[in-house]
Design a protein around this ligand. Structure first.
Ligand SMILES: [Ca+2]
Ligand SMILES: [Ca+2]
Ligand SMILES: [Ca+2]
Length: 122
């Protein structure tokens, strides 16, 4: 479970990095992992708390929603979710992920990864 949340977060941050790279001059090439962590850890305290994670995932959702229809189709998230993961996230099975469905999924991942239960990932 812990692995899945990290893989998802890293994959999402790569998508985000690619798509917002124009104008984001503060990120140095080659410092990818550092950059990914700092994107999640906005206040720089070395831990990712729930609001930071949710804010990151909300912006990732917006970045992945290429046609800006407010939902994610499987082709929009093909880089980060396989068919099985997509189906598991699509709670109402309408073939697309609403922001609520997406956030429910990633916040459940956060909960699973937060073994100490203190509301932050380190
Ligand atoms: Ca933090
Ligand atoms: Ca869309
Ligand atoms: Ca759905």
């Amino acid at each position: 479970m812990k692995r899945s949340v990290l893989v998802t977060a890293l994959a999402l941050s790569q998508v985000t990095l690619v798509q917002v790279s124009t104008g984001a001059a503060q990120d140095q090439p080659g410092a990818m992992n550092q950059g990914q962590m700092s994107r999640l850890d906005r206040d720089g305290n070395g831990a990712v708390d729930r609001p930071e994670y949710q804010a990151f995932m909300t912006s990732a959702f917006t970045n992945m929603d290429r046609n800006k229809d407010g939902s994610l189709r499987s082709e929009e998230v093909a880089q980060v979710l396989d068919g099985k993961q997509f189906a598991a996230t699509d709670a109402d099975r309408d073939g697309k992920l609403s922001q609520t469905e997406f956030l429910n999924r990633v916040m459940a991942d956060f909960q699973s990864a937060d073994r100490s239960g203190d509301g932050s990932l380190q």
